[in-house]
Design a protein around this ligand. Sequence first.
Ligand code: 3PY
Ligand code: ZN
Length: 621
Amino acid sequence: TFLRAVLEDPDFGSGVVTTSFIDERPHLLTGRIPADRGTKLARFLADVTVNQPNGPAPTSLEPSAKLPGTLPAGEIPDGSRQRLLALGPAGFARALREQQAVGVTDTTFRDAHQSLLATRVRTRDLVAVAPWQARLLPGMFSVECWGGATYDVALRFLGEDPWERLAKLRAAMPNQNLQMLLRGRNTVGYTPYPTEVTRAFVSEAAEVGVDIFRIFDALNDVEQMRPAIDAVVHDTESVAEVALCYTANLLDPDERTYTLDHYLRLAERIVGAGAHILAIKDMAGLLRPAAAAKLVAALRERFELPVHLHTHDTTGGQLATLMAAIDAGVDAVDVANSAMSSTTSQPPMSALLMALEGTDRAPDIDPEAVLDLEPYWEAVRRVYKPFESGLPAPTGRVYSHEIPGGQLSNLRQQAIALGLGDKFEAIEAMYAAADKILGRPTKVTPSSKVVGDLALHLVAVGADPAEFAAEPRRFDIPDSVIGFLNGELGEPAGGWPEPFRTRALEGRRKPPRVTEVAPEDLSLLEIPGNERQRTLNRLLFPGPTREFQQKRDDFGDVSVLPTVPYLYGMEPGHEYPVTLEKGVTLLLGLEAIGAPDKWARRNVMTLLNGQLRPVRVRDNS
Ligand code: 3PY
Ligand code: ZN
């Protein structure tokens, strides 16, 4: 009756209603909730409900409905983190090298969703399953859960502070080694930052919860990684796992650049820089079984460090690669929970464990526990469906275009946005052509973006790659490509493509971007904690950090909202429980949506703990 009264009110219907509508009619409400966190969240949900930024909901099921029963009682068992704390990073690495069982890293919390779901999985859906992960899978070598694109995406799209995610995961998984992906001097960004920023970033990350730093440089330039390696080794008790980025095919007799010798020379520099663990980072999934066996055996023969293998299953062939590497002695491998595995993500965890069961390299991980977590991750996958990369099956075409897993999904989305969705083969072919024009650099963030930018540009302007390569002066060239040719990311292993580079830069040579840190920021970077985290957010991602702050001011901490209404809005008749803090839970709901006024604003009748709270939102349709 209340609702009917409101909807039939001539003012409400006329579309000139303001948010004071209810305030001026106190008789309509039985009680008041102050303009508070609840109202801000209701306003956020009302906006999503009206504007549907992600389309209609593919499911009404929150992933938490699929958690595997009640949490096992008792203390959290000791895990690999306790081993690291007891042995220190060097001793921990030695123990990994000496143990028979293969170490297993679970990438579900980072790379898997970065490569399948555009990195969109929210903190709450990672933290919800973390207590099970800690209790059911104490035998994991590590859980990769931070860094890469997650930092940027949290600020840019999720209204979340990445540091809060790390702190929550740390608290929920005290027995797991939390692993992050660090892009050398680019940290979690796309351009190099001054050493002070890298050092502060590493210290803060270790302080908040990172146990293992996987460090790479897009062009395998060890000097670009050195500040990060030094920071981990000298300023923290964490592990410096340093990656060589794998590209091409080392068994190809015609390969002149990316040969076994090349990788061994690179590994020598990585070991010399002080790494605790050597990683092979096969970001596009190009490492074939025989090549993996050869590379792993050679690295282990030459160096004392343990070797950790990371790959993407874009071709569908990478479980074979993991098995070949394991036979050749690899010390640890990366997999993802099966429901979040395969294609552009990592190979499936349950398949690996079943393949190893009964062998002398089987890890101390209960395969049943892994299976028990699959329905949860399947539910996560379902709820984030609009962000699916859209790669329906493995593709062998990656052997020719070499697009990394994470980028392949992104490029498909970019192609659709540019109206080139039906021409993806053309983009793949242009990517391969752009790669050759740029001198076949290793392609991983951010060098992969350079190649992708050039490919999209050439497709968009309908350029012939041979003409572009011969006469680049006649064409516009994306800034990232000019930056790359100017050496902003370092030098590719095969050297610069000449005369293309000289011709392309003629008249366009720009001084390399120098980012300097202001003295007041330098002092903020010295002190661990909140202020340093805020400073890092701002220095790494100024724009997204401002947007994040604005969102926090407008809507409060949206990370507390359940994912279904967060992404798709509220359904009338549903109540959405929102825990604001321990012991403080609010029920949010939707009663009705009013007609738009002449400024396209709608009054939305939300419910807060059963009481009506009208909020006004703009209808952008
Ligand atoms: C990243 O840099 O985010 C990657 O995952 C590279 O493979
Ligand atoms: Zn990866």
